[in-house]
Design a binder for this molecule. Structure first.
Ligand SMILES: [Zn+2]
Length: 248
């Protein structure tokens, strides 16, 4: 006879909700975002999981590792902001996921800055670079990805865009959702611009290389012609003296 099936059910955690609300509601106000349902559960190696597709998660619940309840408060704040950034960005256009790309990193940075500006400790209030990490910016734009560009090429270009955009939205009155929409749109404009610039540069380099090749060919042609005339001249001279001596 087989063992009975174990069944689990996640219940609302009312006692925990009071503590979590007192900590996170000021953050939601600071970043100008609506509340997101949170489920604490053992997640193994993951600190948090975003809501994912509505068909699998109708109430848009984000999952946070229950281990974070026993760690520093700032770690929990960072993970919650990270998952909220996923939820807002990935809900804009069906089928488009900004999975740790420049748009995601930029939006997460903006949320961190808003929280910081409201006096909320996100772990490092002055050096945002240490709050975001290489984890938040893993995936280059399609142009660099298709070329297989090394990290030393794509990361500086994208980081500049990330910080410029984040600076631009620092004092914005827009809600987090409105900024997510703006970042989503700007990301594709940025990706197109980088691809266009690269194509123009490649075309310019090709034209320069062609011009150089043409110049080399022209010089060679002139050199060949000079040689021809020199040889012709001496041949004529030799013929002249041969005729003169033969007459004499
Ligand atoms: Zn993530």
């Amino acid at each position: 006879m087989i063992q009975p099936i174990c069944v689990y059910q996640v219940q609302p955690a009312l006692a925990l909700a009071g503590w979590v609300n007192s900590m996170l509601r000021p953050i939601l106000i600071a970043i100008k975002a609506d509340p997101v349902p949170i489920e604490f559960r053992p997640l193994g190696r993951w600190s948090g999981l975003s809501a994912g597709l509505p068909s699998f998660n109708p109430d848009g619940r984000i999952k946070i590792s229950s281990l974070l309840l026993y760690k520093r408060r700032t770690e929990l704040v960072q993970v919650v902001l990270h998952e909220i950034a996923h939820c807002l960005l990935d809900s804009i256009e069906v089928g488009i996921f900004h999975n740790h790309n420049a748009a995601f990193c930029c939006f997460y940075l903006i949320l961190l800055r808003r929280a910081d500006d409201a006096g909320i400790d996100t772990g490092n209030s002055t050096a945002h670079f240490f709050c975001i990490s290489l984890y938040e910016h893993q995936n280059p734009i399609p142009h660099f990805e298709h070329l297989g560009s090394p990290e030393s090429v794509w990361r500086p270009v994208e980081m500049q865009w990330i910080f410029e955009m984040a600076d631009g939205y620092r004092d914005s009155e827009l809600t987090a959702k409105e900024i997510a929409v703006a970042i989503h749109e700007a990301y594709f404009v940025f990706a197109d611009r980088v691809a266009d610039d690269a194509a123009k540069l490649a075309s310019r380099e090709k034209a320069i290389a062609q011009k150089r090749a043409d110049e080399v060919a022209l010089r060679q042609q002139l050199s060949d012609e000079k040689t021809f005339f020199k040889v012709g001249f001496f041949a004529l001279l030799a013929a002249f003296f041969a005729i003169v001596y033969s007459i004499v």
